[in-house]
Structure formats: C-alpha cells, structure tokens
Design a binder for this molecule. Sequence first.
Ligand code: XIL
Length: 297
Amino acid sequence: ATTLGAAAAQSGRYFGAAVAAGKLGDSTYSTILRREFNSITPENEMKWDATEPNRNSFNYTNGDRIAGQASSQGARLRGHALLWHQQQPGWAQSLSGSTLRSAMINHVTQVATHYRGQVYAWDVVNEAFADGSGGGRRDSNLQRTGNDWIEAAFRAARSADPNAKLCYNDYNTDGVNAKSTGIYNMVADFKNRGVPIDCVGFQSHLSNSVPGDYQANLARFANLGVDVQITELDISGSNQAAVYGNVTRACLAVSRCTGITVWGIRDSDSWRTGENPLLFDNSGNKKAAYTAVLDAL
Ligand code: XIL
C-alpha cells in the first residue's frame, strides 16, 4: 500500500490524524488528509468548551464539520473528549458538587446522543489520573464530585450511544509505571463489575524515545479485554523516524491495538510549536518519519 490508511487497513487497523475544522479549507492540508488518513479526531471541536459554551445550550457547528469530513472521505470518527479537566467552559469551572455532577452527566448524554451512530470510539474521560508515583486520581473539579465520576460518565455514554466504543485516554502511560498501573487497576475493576469500557487510549506524546516496555504495556491492557489505541502520537528529536517505526511495530504486534492517530498533519499544525514532531513538513512533504511508519505498517 502507498498510503498510511491503506497500509493500516491491510491488518484491519486504521491510521488517523487530529484535524482542525479551521484548516479544512487549506488545500495542502485537506489533500493530505483525504489521501493518507482513514480516521479523524477533532483536535478541539468536540471538547466541552466548544460544544456547550453556555449551560445546556449546545453548539455543534465545528464538531459537525469534522464529522462531515470524516463521513465524506469514508474515515472513522474518534470523538474527543467528553470530559476533561482542561478546556471546560467557564460556567462549568465555577460549579461544584451535585450541580456540577448533574451538569457533567447531562453534557455526556447530550453530546454522545448528538453524535450517536457517527462515532467509532469516544474518549469519554481524558487525563483523570495524576502524574508521579502515587498511581491515584488527579485532583479536579470533576474528581471532587465523587470518586465514581468516571464510572458514571461511562454509563451515561453507553446509554446515549450503545454502538460507540468507549475509551479512557491519558498521557505518560506509555510504559509500565505508577500512573499506567493506576489506570490498569481501574479498567480491571470496571471489567470485573460490568462498568462499560471498551478501549484505552495512549496519547504517546514522546520525546526521542519510547519506553522499552511500551508493547508489553499495551499488551497487559489488551489482556484485560479492551482494545488499545495510540491516540495522539507525536515524537520530537533526532531519533524521530526510528521511534515512529518502533511505536508502529509495537501496535502491530498487539492484536487488540486497533489503530494509531497522529496529533496533526504537518509540523506547522502541531500544538508542540517548534518541535517538528509530525510526519509531514511545513510544506506537506513526507518526512523520514513517514517512510518509517509506512514501512512498519
Ligand atoms: C491540544 C490541542 O492540540 C491544542 O490545539 C489546544 O490548544 C490544547 O489541546 N492532550 C489532549 C489533547 O488530550 O486534547 C490536547 O490537544 C493535547 C494534549
């Protein structure tokens, strides 16, 4: 195969990109998007501040543009993200307790219902675990509504869109460490108790190397009975192409690793300004990292 999406499809996987609605009119950008990728994640357009700028008043304009792009090119849509401690609208940031709890569940229900039937997988909860060696939850306004808030969110998402895969997504979880083990324990508990969860996303914002136990970490989650996905891949540094190849091979070695998403298309589209962590240069040319990925797929 000669494109990332077609090469990934040879093994039943997808290869996706994070996409910004405001760039769809850029012909260099949209040409690469349509040619190379068979999954799309909205970079910001389905976050809480974008979809519910005022309480119980929803705006799907830009999210729908992303969903429409995915549909028009036959790509999957990865919804991102129903709940996150960042990019919340101001009104949610100022709520707490049971008022925030019901607003949060309403948000999940409304947004997942709006996109029902269009979404392959939702990041239901993003980045809820703390960094460091504790292995516990991050302190946030959402966490302060009760330790069962993640479970409540997954149950609401399942009710609203029974056919979407429901994912937990986080960063610095790429190897076996305290943070990934905390999440592993939560997923094991959810599976034991029948709380709906179908997948775990590994953001994989990497700097020049990948943990030696990356594949083993993906595999231990897969062995719990969930899919695993690499959801926001970008890699800085001089070893970039080799690391991209290693990450791709690790996913392919785990049968339940169902796809890879890079967090942008050209280096100039990256949130990591100046780090050039993506597969295409600022002019849209394929980089060595692109060839490393294509060869590994
Ligand atoms: C980033 C976007 O790329 C930026 O445009 C935005 O300003 C901030 O958020 N983890 C995530 C993503 O889950 O949603 C973040 O995306 C990058 C880190």
